[in-house]
Structures are given as structure tokens and as C-alpha cells.
Design a binder for this molecule. Structure first.
Ligand code: NAP
Length: 291
């Protein structure tokens, strides 16, 4: 039976680091603050926002929320982002995405101060991820996968990784982060010719496609590590979520696997708050330009 790589311990260790750094910044007169911008009231966004608030509270990070109506005008959202970008009390900005369709999201994202872009929404921060800058803020889900691999001492150097999914929030940035750790990465997607052959050839399989339990036993072999990024409605249990991997079937074969829930998804909010404190530390060390 596979070892379960649970996210709880990883999140706890991030929270401890956040608290320690926040305390030392307080001593230097800096109170790290996270600014959240939410347009509308999507249940998923509200759920994540409450996680972020809880994480901020636990680590003593100040949390500001700008809530705008679903039909907010472009100028209103632009004003909110610019206000946080220019506010010295806000060190990290998280804006829920995608924004409602009537808004020009690209234009709005461009107003986020890159130094405060703790969830990698700007092109500047994305470029840092692709430039292999060790101090970049990668998208929280991609970064959460790296935290799990690091926490559980999963070697990456020279290992073959099948990264399934090529979105800009998960697959592509994660492939770059893995490459930065000298893994040999194969990026797979919906047109990959023989996906089971690709995943079986890998030492580490990362599933990020959004298809409930699509990765059955046929995709795995003994000795592998499986990271399941997917969050889907469980077709077999109403009201529950499941990953992209058929966990029960895969766990019979592979060495280690992340559960869903309780895996990657349980780390992201702790990571965003940690990044906020790191962004505040940068302000202390280097100063930060307002936009
Ligand atoms: P996305 O933008 O929809 O991208 C899905 C990717 O999967 C695309 O690259 C797509 O290929 C590929 N794909 C779809 N069906 C496939 C198939 N049958 N075989 C191989 N590849 C296939 O999704 P995303 O935003 O990256 O999210 C992926 C999953 O992660 C979702 O379940 C999402 O809920 C979850 N997620 C979890 C967290 C977390 O905190 N744990 C955060 C964000 C997302 P093409 O490019 O060819 O279309």
C-alpha cells in the first residue's frame, strides 16, 4: 500500500515559518498584510477566502478584503487593484480569477504591483518563474506541489516526471519549477498520443487535468510517486470531491501518493500567506516601488 503524502504537515510547517518571520518583521516595525480582491461571491472563492483569513489570523498577518459586486465596472476593479498596489500596509495581493466575463482581466492584472504578486498573476512574475528565479512567487498550486515534494524528500534531480496538464496556473509553471530542480520533465496534454505509456515511463506522475479519477491502475507501475492536483466532484459520492487519480486503485501499485482532499489543495492558502510575509521581508531589505 502506498505511503500517503498528506498536506496537513506541510501546511503546518509553512505556518510555523510564517509566524517566525512575521514576528521578526514586527520587531523591525513591519506588519505584513495580505490584500484580497474578490469580484462577486462564487462559493469556491468564498471558501478559499475563509481559509486565507484563518491562515492570516493564525500567523498574525493582517488581512484586507476588497469585495466588489459581480457587475462591478472595469474602472471600479482597476481602482481597487491600484489602491492595494500603492498601499504600504499591503505586501501581498491575491485577486480571485477568472474575473466575470465583462471585465478586461489582462488589463486589471497588469495593475498588480509585481513585487506584491504573491500568486503569480502578472506577466512580470510569470517571467521570473520561467527565468528560474529562486525568489519568484509561482502560482500557489504549482508551488504547493514543490513544497510537498521537498517536505517528503522526494528526489527530483535526474528523475523523470510526467506532468499531465499544461495550463498557465498549474502545468506549465510547475514544469519550469521541476526543470529548475534538474528533473527531466515530459509535459503531457489532451493530444498526447499514448498517455499511459508516458506516465508509466515516469518516476513521478503529476496529474492536473480536471477529470475525476481518470488515472486508473493502467497508468501506473510500482515504485512511482503520484501527485494528484485535481479537484473534481466525486461521481461516486454526492457532495464530495475527488482528484484526477483513482486513489484506491493507484495506491495498490505505487510507492507514494497525495490524497484528495487533504493533499495539494490543503497547502495553497498557507503558501500564499507565507509568500506575503516573504514579500514584506523584501520590502524591508530592498524597498518596493509603488505603481
Ligand atoms: P485547465 O486549465 O482546464 O487545464 C487542464 C489541462 O489538462 C489542459 O492542459 C488539458 O490539455 C489537459 N487535459 C484535459 N483532459 C485531458 C486528458 N483527457 N488527457 C490529458 N490531458 C488532459 O485546468 P487547471 O486549472 O490546470 O486545473 C487542473 C486541475 O487542477 C483541475 O481539477 C483543477 O480543479 C485542479 N486545481 C487544483 C488546485 C488545488 O489547489 N489543488 C488549484 C488549481 C486547480 P489541453 O491543453 O490539450 O487542453
Amino acid at each position: 500500500m502506498a505511503r500517503l503524502l498528506t498536506g496537513k504537515e506541510v501546511a503546518s510547517s509553512l505556518k510555523e515559518k510564517t509566524l517566525a518571520l512575521r514576528l521578526s518583521l514586527n520587531e523591525k516595525g513591519i506588519a505584513p498584510g495580505l490584500g484580497i480582491i474578490r469580484v462577486g461571491a462564487q462559493p469556491d472563492d468564498l471558501y478559499y477566502e475563509s481559509n486565507l483569513k484563518r491562515n492570516c489570523e493564525a500567523s498574525g498577518v493582517v488581512c484586507f478584503v476588497m469585495e466588489l459586486p459581480f457587475d462591478a465596472a472595469q474602472e471600479e476593479v482597476e481602482r481597487a487593484v491600484t489602491a492595494f498596489s500603492n498601499d504600504n500596509a499591503v505586501h501581498g495581493i491575491l485577486m480571485f480569477s477568472p474575473l466575470p466575463k465583462h471585465l478586461n482581466e489582462e488589463k486589471i492584472r497588469a495593475l498588480i504591483n509585481p513585487a506584491k504578486d504573491v500568486d503569480c498573476l502578472t506577466k512580470a512574475q510569470q517571467a521570473e518563474v520561467f527565468n528560474n528565479n529562486p525568489n519568484c512567487f509561482a502560482p500557489s498550486t504549482a508551488a504547493a506541489v514543490m513544497e510537498i515534494l521537498k517536505y517528503y524528500d522526494i528526489p527530483l534531480k535526474g528523475k523523470k516526471v510526467a506532468m499531465v496538464g499544461r495550463s498557465m496556473v498549474v502545468g506549465k509553471p510547475l514544469a519550469m519549477l521541476l526543470l529548475g530542480e534538474n528533473a527531466t520533465v515530459t509535459i503531457c496534454h489532451s493530444r498526447t498520443a499514448d498517455l499511459p505509456a508516458e506516465t508509466k515511463a515516469a518516476d513521478i506522475v503529476i496529474a492536473a487535468i480536471g477529470r475525476a479519477k481518470m488515472f486508473t491502475a493502467d497508468y501506473f507501475r510500482a515504485g512511482q510517486v503520484v501527485i494528484d492536483v485535481g479537484i473534481n466532484s466525486d461521481p461516486d459520492r454526492e457532495g464530495k470531491i475527488c482528484g484526477d487519480v483513482d486513489t484506491a486503485a493507484a495506491a495498490e501499485i505505487v510507492d507514494a501518493i497525495t490524497p484528495v482532499p487533504g493533499g495539494v489543495g490543503s497547502i495553497t492558502s498557507a503558501l500564499t500567506v507565507y509568500n506575503t510575509v516573504l514579500a514584506a521581508e523584501k520590502v524591508f531589505k530592498e524597498g518596493v516601488k509603488l505603481v
